[in-house]
Write a protein that binds this ligand. Structure first.
Ligand SMILES: [Zn+2]
Length: 412
């Protein structure tokens, strides 16, 4: 070994009997090729049973992408020996610098994981690492696989189940979250009862039985699958979904009223859409003055807005009984003065009230899922050239699963 060869052997952490045979530097292409060799005569380990065997022959030459040396793209090249195992037959041995079937060295893959995580987008990581979509995806996939094997799911107390739209149109995924751990546990395609049951089945019965409460929207398939798979858990229809319905009702009422006004040439409600959806505390003073003028007028949407705002106090109660009383009064107001969309939401809450009041025992919401949502949303929007649900699942678990994906020599 000359000095350069020895230098690379050290850099690679190369173990005996592997040796650097040759380092080829292509100055024009900014490319380094490091040729490695396993000498004849040494025994090798069978990758299947682990016993020591003689070398049968060598497989074809393979290449592994390594971390760049300066600005030089660096590759390892070796013809891997195949062992002659009495029990398992002729097998290609494992190499110490790369995982099975990987085209990258462990060091490269480890670095790539860090880069992908830091970038948050596959597109940017792909550019920095100078590798293709497929390669990034396989690195992420192997990372998620390692992470899932190491993951502990025992002792989850609160779960959240939530749907997300996937691609354009009516494709959905269902996401299962560990609310206290603030992590995504699993994802399935679709949002039917069967899909949700499959999702629950990814957790062992024992783990499911330990879950005390599940936050979710008032969506029958989620309710039914949870009753079936977690018969002892409480269901909590959370405030984020409910406030979503209330906002939608306000918007519908405003939009209808605006159209009626415009038909008469009245522009009072023009450009006011956002005002009605803001939380009071988030509106600037200037906008508030403008909004206050609207509130003083006798508008249907002003009343709907007041109904929506009043419902926020519901969540401040300490006890379910007081909250229930408050809700009854609120509902009476809505029934008497509310427009159809608001009445519909009132009725929906009433029909599910028992599982809304569970909030006062467990105090869980999908607020965390809302954060995850925007993350999932950004994964989706950056995923042009997306290859279906499988890739999507890997990305969600990679970025939102809080998995330990680190590569250690023992786990590859
Ligand atoms: Zn063997």
């Amino acid at each position: 070994m000359d000095t350069l060869d020895r230098h690379y052997a050290q850099l690679l952490g190369l173990q005996s009997p592997w040796e650097v045979m040759d380092v080829n530097l292509d100055l024009e292409k900014l490319h380094v090729t490091i040729r490695l060799e396993h000498p004849n005569g040494e025994t090798v380990q069978c990758p299947e049973c682990g016993c020591q065997c003689t070398i049968a022959d060598r497989g074809p030459e393979r290449r592994w992408r390594h971390i760049d040396t300066m600005q030089f793209k660096t590759e390892l090249v070796a013809a891997t020996p195949r062992c002659n195992c009495a029990k398992c037959g002729v097998k290609t041995i494992a190499v110490p610098w790369a995982g099975k079937n990987s085209r990258f060295t462990l060091m490269f893959e480890s670095f790539a994981l860090t880069v992908i995580k830091a970038c948050g987008t596959v597109h940017q990581a792909k550019g920095l690492l100078k590798i293709g979509w497929d390669a990034v995806h396989r690195i992420m996939e192997r990372g998620v696989e390692r992470g899932l094997k190491r993951r502990k799911v025992e002792g989850i107390k609160y779960a959240g189940i939530d749907e997300k739209s996937f691609r354009k149109g009516h494709n959905y995924i269902t996401v299962l979250n560990d609310l206290e751990g603030a992590r995504v546990l699993e994802v399935v395609e679709g949002r039917t009862q069967q899909n949700a049951e499959d999702l629950w089945d990814t957790l062992d019965e024992e783990v499911r039985n330990a879950i005390e409460a599940v936050a979710m929207d008032m969506w029958e398939p989620f309710i039914k699958s949870t009753r079936l798979k977690l018969p002892d858990a409480s269901i909590v229809h959370d405030r984020f979904h409910i406030s979503g319905y209330l906002n939608k009702a306000v918007n519908e009422i405003r939009s209808k009223e605006h159209k009626e006004f415009m038909a008469m040439g009245d522009t009072t409600l023009k450009c006011s859409r956002q005002l009605w959806l803001f939380n009071v505390e988030n509106v600037s003073e200037e906008r508030w003055m403008e909004f206050d003028e609207l509130l003083k007028m006798d508008l249907k949407c002003a009343e709907a807005w007041a109904m929506k705002e009043s419902m926020r106090h519901f969540w401040d109660y300490k006890y379910a009984g007081s909250a229930e009383n408050y809700f009854e009064k609120w509902l009476a107001w809505v029934e008497e003065h509310g427009q159809a969309p608001m009445k519909k939401v009132g009725q929906m809450i009433k029909n599910h009230l028992a599982d809304v009041l569970t909030y006062f025992r467990h105090r869980i919401t999908n607020a965390f899922s809302e954060g995850i949502n925007s993350k999932i949303q950004s994964i989706k929007s950056m995923a042009r050239g997306f290859r279906g649900f499988k890739n999507y699942r890997i990305r969600i678990l990679f970025f939102c699963g809080k998995l330990d994906m680190a590569i250690s020599p023992a786990t590859h």
